[in-house]
Design a protein around this ligand. Structure first.
Ligand SMILES: [Fe+2]
Length: 246
């Protein structure tokens, strides 16, 4: 499998910054999902990421059929406005956008209708699953994604409780064709002990191709900034650099 991390001992983390310079998962665009509610909040989050060493930020607003029916139009409008606001505020962040697709009926309808999906870095799409229940037809969904020409990344596999009974399920997700993306904060216990255990297991096995902040609000930012958490990130990533986007 293609390895998105590159070992480079010369790139060990400087104090006070994250061990990656590209963040490929966040909800920093204003007013279009459960992330930043307005531009003031967006700018605070983006400045916070910048201060943590992030220089390229790929915003991934939710697209969920019964909650956030974002489209390429709603997302590009929010992206353009945020780029202008960043420029005006003097924040030198390279900003782009994909989406975080819930694998629901709405998503399958988009795929079947051949609607162009919002990709990140070539043909990769960021996807998520319902927290309540694993779709019974997951294998068929992934097959359709891949045969439509996309490469699925599964966001925060460590956060789904139905995988916690058997960590070998993560191996099965990779075999199905997913690339796994771990949330940095999962490694700290922010989402609970079991999520931390699952996240550390996935990292230890080398099964995660990507990490992201999944930044929604200032509470996340405050947790990302904590010195003890920054120490955990650099310890767990051990000098590996995400090289998919860098
Ligand atoms: Fe997310």
């Amino acid at each position: 499998m293609f390895n998105f991390f590159k070992k480079n001992a010369g790139l060990s983390s400087a104090p006070g910054i994250l061990p990656v310079s590209t963040d490929m998962h966040s909800h920093i665009l204003p007013g279009i999902d459960d992330g930043a509610p307005d531009m003031t909040a967006s700018l605070k989050l983006i400045r916070g990421l910048y201060d943590l060493g992030i220089r390229r930020s790929i915003a991934t607003p939710h697209i969920i059929g019964d909650l956030y029916r974002n489209t390429p139009q709603t997302i590009s409008a929010a992206l353009n406005a945020t780029r202008i606001a960043c420029k005006d505020a003097g924040i030198d962040m390279e900003l782009s956008a994909g989406a975080e697709y819930m694998l629901d009926d709405h998503f399958m309808a988009l795929l079947v209708k051949n609607e162009p999906l919002l990709t990140i870095h070539g043909q990769y799409i960021l996807t998520e699953l319902s927290y309540n229940m694993l779709p019974a037809n997951l294998q068929e969904i992934v097959f359709t994604i891949i045969t439509s020409g996309y490469k699925p990344i599964l966001a925060h596999p460590e956060r789904y409780h139905y995988f916690h009974f058997n960590f070998q399920e993560y191996r099965r997700l990779i075999d199905l064709g997913f690339h796994l993306q771990v949330n940095l904060l999962s490694l700290t216990g922010y989402y609970g002990k079991t999520v931390e255990k699952a996240a550390r297991y996935i990292m230890r096995k080398g099964w995660a191709d990507l990490v992201g902040t999944d930044l929604h609000h200032e509470k996340h930012l405050a947790a990302l900034r904590k010195p003890q958490n920054l120490a955990i990130f650099s310890q767990v990533l051990e000098g590996r650099r995400m090289n998919l986007f860098e």
